[in-house]
Design a protein around this ligand. Structure first.
Ligand code: PBE
Length: 265
């Protein structure tokens, strides 16, 4: 069929800055693979997985720890084989991890003598604020609370941006942070040491439909150009540009990176 009547390739993203930047890179790379492509900013992990397996999107950026803990709820010896059973393929790491951590203002943590998650056990009155997804995930609050036997009961759900603001304004004491967030440096936050090794590693990867390989092999090849190409420092810098005072457009940030790093025109 002619190119105009073909279904565009859709790259999904979760609703947080890094996911949008990566999905934007995917969209621009897909276009370089000679197809029409668009980005779709969907929501949280369950919505993205459903859209991918249901065929509403063709690919999206995901994290290995999220795949094992939240999506598969298993630690298969062969991740690629476990995903293939769902008609899904996984790329190699894009080059960085975006891990979960519990974050506090550095000054507040120092005043209370808190450096590790275990230290939270002796501070039952701390006020915690987490995004809703983290409150539900097995690798989120319920799991952390159990593993560390934490006593806090003042736990609220809020969105990620609000949680940072609340933390800065001292309306809450602890929130979950993503280790590539620009806010950690911007607001001088401390990521508490996970001394009982609760959180897995969250390597950034592409998940894509196996049929994308037959329909648009060039698109898959383009997406995979990012394997091993994004460092943690690169990602932090890009997130900072999108989240900080400048609030630069994700399309601009993604386009510049592709131009400078993989030589995309
Ligand atoms: N993470 C941190 C989350 C959000 C960022 C990678 C563990 C996830 O999307 O699964």
């Amino acid at each position: 069929c002619s190119r105009g009547s073909e279904k565009p390739v859709v790259i999904g993203s979760k609703k947080f800055t890094e996911s949008v930047i990566l999905a934007e890179m995917g969209t621009q790379l897909a276009r370089a693979g000679g197809v029409e492509a668009r980005r779709d900013d969907l929501g949280g992990t369950p919505a993205l997985w459903l859209a991918l397996t249901g065929g509403d999107i063709d690919a999206y950026p995901e994290y290995t720890g999220t795949i094992t803990r939240q999506i598969l709820n298993a630690d298969p010896p062969d991740l690629a084989a476990a995903l293939a059973a769902h008609g899904v393929r996984v790329s190699r790491s894009l080059g960085f991890r975006n891990n979960y951590a519990l974050g506090m203002r550095k000054d507040v943590a120092a005043a209370k003598g808190i450096a590790t998650i275990s230290d939270l056990r002796t501070h039952p009155a701390l006020r915690l604020g987490f995004i809703h997804e983290f409150l539900d995930r097995p690798d989120g609050w319920p799991g952390v609370k159990r593993r560390y036997e934490l006593p806090q009961t003042d736990v609220q759900g809020m969105n990620h941006t609000l949680a940072y603001r609340a933390l800065v304004e001292k309306a809450i004491d602890v929130t979950e942070v993503y280790t590539t967030d620009g806010e950690i440096a911007q607001f001088d936050l401390l990521a508490l040491t996970d001394d009982r090794h609760f959180f897995p590693a969250y390597e950034a990867v592409w998940l894509y439909r196996a049929d994308l390989e037959t329909r648009h092999p060039k698109v898959v090849a383009q997406l995979r150009r990012l394997e091993g190409r994004i460092s943690e420092a690169d990602m932090q810098r890009m997130n900072g540009r999108a989240q900080g005072e400048q609030k630069e457009d994700e399309r601009q940030i993604a386009g510049e990176f592709l131009h400078n790093t993989v030589g995309l025109e």
